[in-house]
Design a protein around this ligand. Structure first.
Ligand SMILES: Cc1cc2nc3c(=O)[nH]c(=O)nc-3n(C[C@H](O)[C@H](O)[C@H](O)COP(=O)(O)O)c2cc1C
Length: 199
């Protein structure tokens, strides 16, 4: 696997926190170290993004989220289990699910690979590549906690959608952007504008 990663899969699901996805995609779009991004959105993600980002439908989804077009980010259909990222032979370096619903978490943790998001996550784990799950739910029941344990035990990083406050973010955008930077740093893609605690 190239270090830093060059080819990412980004999936988004029906948990709250679409703004975090937006800032993650903006950051990967502008990071020249990343050459290719395959992007998948579940149907429920579209419902939540309609609420939280005032998006309308699937048409030009990436442009709607970013507020501009992207040549790097390719939208894949969640129904297309024949897409490139459904196979371990396609050279993905890492996958991020942001936000990750507890429903998607459950399907990944139990190997239910019936849609592209879960299949791509399953492939990421079997190929021993980094899989980051930005799980968002509160409060957590024992099923959620067990599934987080199962996913972590299989090699995933459970990276809950919990922002930092010690950087005193002045807006929701700053808060979401900083979280995106933390996920990218975790994958070996530190961002020059990230906040650094100096003690
Ligand atoms: C506005 C809205 C907010 C939601 N927030 C969450 C959430 O924070 N976490 C979660 O796990 N599910 C949340 N849900 C429920 C999921 O969307 C639902 O369980 C869905 O079936 C998940 O499907 P998916 O995993 O295929 O995306 C929310 C639904 C809506 C409409």
């Amino acid at each position: 696997m190239p270090n830093p990663p060059q080819n990412l899969t980004v999936a988004t699901t029906g948990a709250s926190g679409s703004l975090f996805l937006k800032h993650f995609l903006l950051a990967v779009d502008s990071d020249k170290r990343i050459h290719a991004v395959n992007f998948i959105a579940s149907d429920s993600a579209l419902r939540v993004m309609a609420e939280e980002l005032a998006l309308r439908g699937r048409n030009n989804l990436v442009s709607q989220i970013l507020g501009k077009s992207s040549r790097k980010i390719q939208l894949q259909s969640n129904a297309d289990i024949g897409a490139n990222i459904a196979s371990g032979s396609y050279p993905v370096d890492a996958m991020v699910v942001i936000p990750c619903s507890v429903g998607t978490l459950a399907r990944i943790a139990t190997g239910d690979a019936s849609h592209l998001i879960e299949r791509a996550a399953d492939v990421t784990l079997k190929e021993k590549r980094p899989l980051v799950l930005c799980v968002r739910e509160t409060p957590l029941n024992k099923i959620h906690i067990r599934n987080m344990y199962r996913a972590a035990d299989a090699g995933a990083t459970v990276f809950p959608l919990i922002p930092t406050f010690y950087n005193r973010p002045g807006s929701l955008d700053v808060m979401a952007r900083e979280f995106a930077f933390r996920v990218l740093a975790h994958l070996g893609l530190p961002q020059p504008d990230a906040y650094r605690w100096k003690g």
